[in-house]
Design a protein around this ligand. Structure first.
Ligand SMILES: *Cc1c(COP(=O)(O)O)cnc(C)c1O
Length: 394
């Protein structure tokens, strides 16, 4: 199959390329044993093995598997024991799931403008900020503000990224969250993990995610005298089985991303009006981000690349201050929950020095070229030269 076809077939393949029946030993075992419920499977469930593996791999004390990263964010928020209507500071540039997770937990998202690296600018946070979600977008590392009691690191797009001190993205704050959605580094279609080093938080998470119970594996759940209500966010064996298979290929995916990044950067067009955004050692980039001198030039780059079948994307879609969920303060609840608990003031609309003007302008000048870890070095070089030729002609 031609390279064009291979690149065109799937936009963001990553771990999905490594799905392989011959490698599905955990999944085969789970089906053979006819038990897909994690707390029924003895002595060792796929879910437990997955959590232990991820904890070792990431250097996190505790890992809990849930259905997706949005649930993981909600779980991390609820165990901070907030009051309804409490503010959660979130990045002005991230996927809208972050705002949705905050709102569905009864809390109010306040977007905070981004710094030079396009991550939440911790310098804008009020001194008494209690809850902050930072997002490590496309593998780039966000600062984890030290003075905030509850920092949740959304590492949905950053599995494998490490801070300069070697610690993994998602393990530095109060909690970290990961996604196994089809578009992420590893996939099980849908899937999520939450990490924490906090014993109390972990024990609350485990209980809340299983109906508020104190379950012993293999038994009907029991409720202690001090039980509170919960939900059912318990993962399933077949999903954990696929995630275990995917983890076997993590190093390969990360090495492929690194190799393609280096090839791509070496092949960038020699033009003074296009610059790659810097990268820190340890970051596992899933794209090369180019900042162009004008929006007009960026839009022409997008049009040309797209027309020629070269995969690309922009970051405008991540700009939350312009998202209808935030601008409209709308809710399916008749009383507007939970927006109804927060005054509609400039402070709740967002924290920015210039009303997000510079960010809006800057995001409009960026185009991202995705990286394809599954390609051979030769194929990656062809893909990079293709993109370069098109960008040089603009
Ligand atoms: C994908 C993503 C999410 C949501 O993850 P799901 O597993 O799809 O719920 C949250 N935050 C960011 C930054 C994401 O990219």
């Amino acid at each position: 199959m031609s390279l064009d076809k291979r690149l065109g077939m799937r936009f963001l393949p990553y771990g999905a390329n490594y799905l392989d029946w011959d490698d599905m030993t955990e999944l085969r075992d789970a089906v053979r044993d006819r038990v897909l419920f994690r707390y029924q499977r003895q002595p060792e469930s796929c879910a437990t093995r997955l959590e232990e593996h991820a904890a070792r791999r990431l250097g996190a004390r505790h890992v809990l598997a849930v259905h997706n990263c949005t649930e993981a964010l909600r779980l991390a928020l609820v165990v901070t024991r907030p009051r309804i209507g409490d503010v959660v500071h979130i990045p002005a540039m991230t996927f809208v799931a972050v705002a949705g997770a905050v709102l569905s937990t009864g809390l109010v998202p306040v977007p905070v403008d981004i710094d030079e690296n396009l991550s939440l600018d911790a310098g804008l946070l009020p001194a008494d900020a209690q809850r902050v979600i930072v997002a490590h977008m496309e593998g780039g590392l966000a600062e984890v503000p030290a003075h905030v009691p509850y920092v949740i690191e959304d590492a949905a797009q950053a599995l494998g990224s490490r801070f300069p001190d070697g610690t993994h993205a998602g393990t530095k704050g109060f909690a970290g969250t990961f996604s196994f959605h089809h578009n992420k580094v590893l996939t099980s279609g849908e899937g999520g993990l939450v990490t924490t080093n906090d014993e109390t938080a972990y024990s609350l998470m485990r209980s809340y995610h299983d109906h508020g119970s104190a379950r012993q594996p293999g038994r009907y759940p029991v409720w202690n005298e001090d039980a509170f209500w919960g939900e059912n966010l318990v993962t399933s064996e077949e999903v954990a089985a696929i995630q275990l298979q995917q983890f076997r290929h993590l190093d390969e995916v990360l090495a492929g991303l690194q190799r393609h990044y280096d090839i791509m950067v070496a092949e960038l067009p020699r033009r003074s009006d296009m610059r790659p955004l810097p990268r820190t050692a340890g970051e596992v980039k899933i794209s090369v981000r180019l900042e162009l001198d004008s929006r007009e030039l960026r839009d022409r780059a997008v049009a040309t690349l797209t027309e020629q079948g070269v995969p690309n994307w922009t970051l405008d879609k991540y700009f939350l201050p312009a998202h209808p969920v935030l601008t409209g303060r709308r809710s399916l609840y008749a009383d507007g929950f939970p927006w109804s608990f927060a005054p509609d003031t400039p402070e709740t609309a967002g924290l920015s020095r210039d009303g997000f003007a510079a960010t809006r302008e800057r995001l409009g000048r960026i185009v991202c070229l995705p990286l394809f870890p599954e390609l051979s070095a030769d194929e990656q070089a062809v893909a990079a030269k293709n993109a370069r030729a098109l960008l040089e002609q603009l």
